[in-house]
Design a protein around this ligand. Structure first.
Ligand code: GAR
Length: 203
């Protein structure tokens, strides 16, 4: 089987959607092998328990450097035979330790149409700017902030009178569909990366 690790720091609605898709056989035959979480009190941890998915929980403060805890994460990924690392609301930049080891097998979801509004609070940034369309991006991860090659995007109109709460809800609804679909492409071996160009084959 194709084995996936999900990294999350918070609510975990994307983690839940991926796990449910896997259980429903809608993840291209992939399974969620591991949750990696840097906030042991986050709601996503309870979701993993209820779903019976093993978790590696850690506190960055317990380590001397980002590289130090990432080396431990890599050990766990290897122990679980992880093929693809999926960031889902993991609110930390990664170093070369993970980025180089999982090059081409490391993806993130971001709540804007990149390269617009990278970084924190992308939804708040989009509303403050006044754009009329924003959306969701799934991309490969490099060492920059939301700068890696783009795999898939979905646009979402911003209605007049939209609040960050109502728009966040629309974003989450799109993410719940888009992320499992993209992960299934990987499990089926359909994603090719050449330079910044990503192609997804049909078969
Ligand atoms: C998601 O909307 C994701 O796009 C965003 O955090 C949310 C996590 O929700 N990620 C980022 O902003 C990354 N810069 P979840 O914990 O319910 O899946």
């Amino acid at each position: 089987v194709y084995r996936i690790a999900v990294f999350a720091s918070g609510e975990g609605s994307n983690f839940q959607a991926l796990a449910e898709a896997a259980n429903a056989g809608k993840l291209g035959g992939a399974e969620i092998a591991l949750l990696v979480c840097d906030k042991p009190s986050a709601p996503v941890v309870g979701r993993a328990e209820r779903l019976g998915i093993p978790a590696f929980l850690f506190k960055p403060k317990d380590y001397d450097s980002r590289e130090a805890y990432e080396r431990e994460i890599v050990e766990k990924l290897e122990a679980h035979g992880v093929d693809l690392v999926v960031l889902a609301g993991y609110m930390r930049l990664l170093t070369h330790v993970i980025v180089e080891k999982y090059a081409g097998r490391l993806i993130n979801i971001h709540p804007s149409l990149l390269p617009a509004f990278p970084g924190k609070d992308a939804i708040g940034q989009a509303l403050a700017y006044g754009v009329k369309v924003s959306g969701v991006t799934v991309h490969f991860v490099d060492e920059g902030m939301d700068t890696g090659p783009i795999i898939a995007q979905a646009a979402i109109p911003i209605a007049s009178g939209e609040t960050s709460e109502s728009f966040a809800e629309a974003v989450h609804a799109v993410e719940r569909e888009l992320y499992p679909e993209v992960v299934s492409w990987f499990a089926q071996g359909r994603v090719k990366l050449e330079g910044r160009q990503v192609t997804v084959s049909n078969f």
